[in-house]
Structure formats: structure tokens, C-alpha cells
Design a protein around this ligand. Structure first.
Ligand SMILES: [Zn+2]
Length: 455
């Protein structure tokens, strides 16, 4: 490229190279003196630069050594913004690229508004950015973008996220799962949830498309104010990060202490597994539910026909892992119950075989048929108050249960019948008992009267 293609044939300043652009000058700026000021400033600054630095600047701008490019709007009237070094990097690959007042071609600092001190230090800073960009000319901007994205994917924290992706996603899923409410002890569950918020924060702060590797969007690269780096921006992800081309390294906006992150993610997995292992009753119930669902797949049973119908119907849309349920984070993440009551419904049938369950289903259907033929109101009212009724068969279930549970107190029984899964109730596994929630529709203050009617 010849010099005449780049600018004017006559260059009146010994340390500036004037490049014309078709732009209007912002109102009220006289700029003859600005060019003189720039010339003397760059003269002063360039005398202290090393030959290497001067050569790098010339390599970038493709101008003679010792001159600095300045845009002018008309004969000797300076455009009051300095050209971004990025423009010259781009120009190497886009031959037809002309300098325009586009913001990407110019820095945003208005020269006319700087104090003499600011003016000098700003120009010195620009020279350093130019020298830095001179080191980058060996690759095209497209190649630098590719390198930045590879370096992003190789960032230690992104690597950690990628390696732990299964765990992170399992934790997110289980954190929203109703299963957490039945694991014991409740205070450890609460602690685990609290830890999850802290441990997952840095992963959650990354955009979803850039959480485990660099995103595939179009990114922009600008030489940052705190060179020697590029600022990488992805508009789609609303994300910035720094790429250091000389070290081929990325710095995230929020760097995470790496060793701590490694330990923390391992700890929340271990803590969850301990919770699951500490609640074998729930695991046994889930394993049985999984088996029953396989015995009676796609079954749309009428849940009102009896307890086995209710049990099978309750898991018709439940999801389980491909392999038997295990007390671990990775296994339990695949469990999705439609209702947590299934854990309670299955309790009487933990040892029941497929043939026996099939028989029980048939019995319930037969019973329903015969009941339909009889008077519908054959249920015996045991106790009634303010429109709420306790039937004799319900009292039978409660009494049968109480005969086996000697530790039950009056106060606790109210909570269990009302279906309140308090810490105490859960620590005694009462939320899995057959009487849990039996009087759920009742107002709590009426339940003591109902209990007193038989206790
Ligand atoms: Zn993106």
C-alpha cells in the first residue's frame, strides 16, 4: 500500500500522519492548535520510546517510523478523537476498509476536553496500545477471536464446570425437587440448601450458553484500556471477559478461587449422598415405587377405587432413573414424583409381589362394584362436628396404627392427622405413616375434638 493511498501527499507535520475522513467537526472546536499540540506531544513521547516500540507501531500502521496517525476532517483540521489501534488490525484483512467516524474506529475520549496533563498521559497510553497491537499483527482478528474462545473454554473454572456439569445440573434439579423435603435430618437438608446457594453462585453467574464452554455467538474484540489484553464482548450473552493474547489466557469478569471451587463442588455432592444414605426408608420406598411402575406401566387407574389403585395411579406419571434408585445425587436427580404422597401410599406394600398387587387391584375393583350396587351411604359416621365427619373405618386405621406406635403424643397426632411435615414429624418418619394427612381437609382446631372422640 502506498502512502498516497493512505493519506495526503503532503504531510506538514514531522511526527503526525494526517488521514482524511469525511466527517463534520463537532461545533465550537478550533483545531489548528490541536494538531500543533499533538505534534509536539508525540514528538516528546516518541523520543523516549525504544526502537523496538517504534518499529511495532510502524508495523501496525504501515506508516513510516516515528509518525502517529491522526484523522483530519478538512485541511489541517483535526478530528478530536484518536484512531483505535484495532482499526489498523482490521484494515490488514479488509483492504477496502476506510476510516469513518464510526465509533469502533475511534476512541471515545475527546482530546479538546483534556487538561494538558491528561492530554500527555492519554497520548502516552495510546502509544503503548499501538505498540501492543503491533505485536498482534501476525494473526488476523478472526484468528484472535478463535484463540480467545479456545482460551475461554480452557479457563480452569470453565474446565471445572465442564467436568462437573453432571453434578451441577443434578444439584440444580434436586434443589427444586420435593424429595428434599423427606430427607433427614431436616436441619442438614436446610444446611445443604444454604451451601448450594453459595457454591453454585459462580456457575449461575455465567450465561447459560457460556457456562461449560465458550458460546457460539458472534463476539467482538477490542484492545482493552488495560492492555495488554483484548476485551471480548458477546452481545447475545451480555458478557465481557479479557483475553491476554501474549499469554493466550482469559480472565473472567469475576474470578473464582479455584482450589476452593474444586473442594466446594465435591463437598455438596458428598453431603447430599450422606443425606440420601441416612434416609434408607425413603430409598426403599422409591425403589419399590419404581418397581411397581414397571409392573403396571401406562396405567390410568381410578384412584378412588382403593388404596392400591391410588398408589398405582399416583406414580403413573412419575419418573425414575434407568437403573435402580440409589442413595446418591446422580441417581436421585432422575426421580420425579407427581406427589410426595406416593412414598406414604407404598408403605403397606413394600414386600408385596406383582401377583399379590394384581390380586389386590382386582379385589378393589370387585369391592367397588358391589358397593355401587348397595346403598352408597353405608359408611358409618363415628363423630361429626361443624360439617366435618370422622368415619368408623378411619378410626379403625388410626387405632390400628396407634396400637403399634406407643410413642405418639396427642400434640404430635394432631400434626400427623393434619398432614404437617414438621421437623419433628419427619425426624420420626411419621410423614410416611398411613395416617399422615388423613384429616387434611379439617380445620386444625377441630382435630383435637375428633381425637378425643376415640382416645
Ligand atoms: Zn454468547
Amino acid at each position: 500500500m502506498s502512502l498516497s493511498e493512505l493519506g495526503f501527499k503532503d504531510q506538514p507535520f514531522d511526527h503526525l500522519y494526517l488521514l482524511p475522513i469525511g466527517a463534520e467537526l463537532p461545533v465550537g472546536l478550533s483545531s489548528k492548535s490541536l494538531l500543533n499540540q499533538l505534534n509536539s506531544t508525540f514528538k516528546k513521547l516518541m523520543t523516549v520510546l525504544s526502537t523496538d516500540e517504534l518499529q511495532l507501531i510502524a508495523k501496525l500502521t504501515q506508516l513510516p517510523i516515528g509518525v502517529f496517525p491522526i484523522a483530519v476532517v478538512a485541511d489541517q483540521i483535526a478530528y478530536p478523537y484518536l484512531i483505535q489501534p484495532d482499526y489498523f488490525l482490521q484494515k490488514r484483512t479488509k483492504q477496502g476498509l476506510h476510516l469513518t467516524p464510526k465509533t469502533t474506529h475511534f476512541d471515545d475520549k475527546n482530546l479538546a476536553k483534556l487538561s494538558p496533563n491528561q492530554f500527555d498521559s492519554y497520548c502516552a497510553e495510546q502509544l503503548s496500545r499501538y505498540a501492543f497491537a503491533g505485536k498482534l499483527v501476525s494473526l488476523t482478528k478472526k484468528q484472535w477471536k478463535e484463540r480467545a474462545q479456545v482460551a475461554y473454554t480452557q479457563h480452569p473454572f470453565i474446565q471445572l464446570a465442564s467436568n462437573k456439569r453432571l453434578i451441577i445440573e443434578a444439584v440444580e434439579r434436586l434443589n427444586r425437587s420435593m424429595l428434599l423435603g423427606v430427607l433427614n435430618p431436616p436441619e442438614d437438608v436446610a444446611f445443604w440448601r444454604h451451601r448450594v446457594e453459595i457454591v453454585l453462585r459462580p456457575y449461575r453467574s455465567l450465561p447459560p450458553d457460556a457456562r461449560y464452554h465458550a458460546c457460539n455467538h458472534a463476539i467482538t474484540l477490542t484492545i482493552s484500556k488495560n492492555y495488554p489484553s483484548f476485551q471480548v464482548n458477546c452481545e447475545a450473552c451480555a458478557m465481557n471477559y479479557d483475553y491476554f493474547p501474549m499469554e493466550d489466557r482469559v480472565a473472567l469478569q469475576q474470578e473464582v478461587p479455584f482450589e476452593q471451587a474444586v473442594k466446594r463442588i465435591a463437598t455438596i455432592e458428598r453431603q447430599f449422598d450422606a443425606l440420601a444414605e441416612g434416609t434408607p426408608k425413603v430409598i426403599t420406598a422409591l425403589q419399590k415405587l419404581h418397581t411397581i411402575q414397571q409392573w403396571f406401566p401406562h396405567n390410568s387407574l381410578d384412584e378412588n377405587q382403593g388404596p392400591v389403585h391410588r398408589l398405582v395411579a399416583s406414580i403413573s406419571a412419575a419418573e425414575f432413573p434407568d437403573t435402580p434408585v440409589e442413595p446418591s445425587l446422580l441417581s436421585l436427580q432422575h426421580v420425579k414424583l407427581s406427589t410426595i404422597d406416593s412414598l406414604r401410599f407404598v408403605q403397606p406394600y413394600l414386600a408385596t409381589t406383582q401377583e399379590e398387587l394384581q390380586q389386590l387391584l382386582e379385589n378393589e375393583r370387585a369391592e367397588e362394584l358391589s358397593t355401587d350396587n348397595q346403598d352408597a351411604s353405608n359408611e358409618v359416621v363415628y363423630f361429626s362436628t361443624k360439617g366435618y365427619t370422622l368415619y368408623e373405618n378411619e378410626v379403625d386405621v388410626i387405632e390400628e396404627y396407634l396400637s403399634r406406635d406407643e410413642g405418639m403424643t396427642f400434640h404430635l397426632l394432631i400434626q400427623v392427622l393434619k398432614g404437617e411435615a414438621t421437623s419433628k414429624v419427619r425426624s420420626l418418619n411419621l410423614h410416611l405413616s398411613p395416617i399422615f394427612g388423613l384429616l387434611r381437609p379439617w380445620p386444625k382446631k377441630l382435630i383435637p375434638q375428633a381425637i378425643k372422640s376415640f382416645w
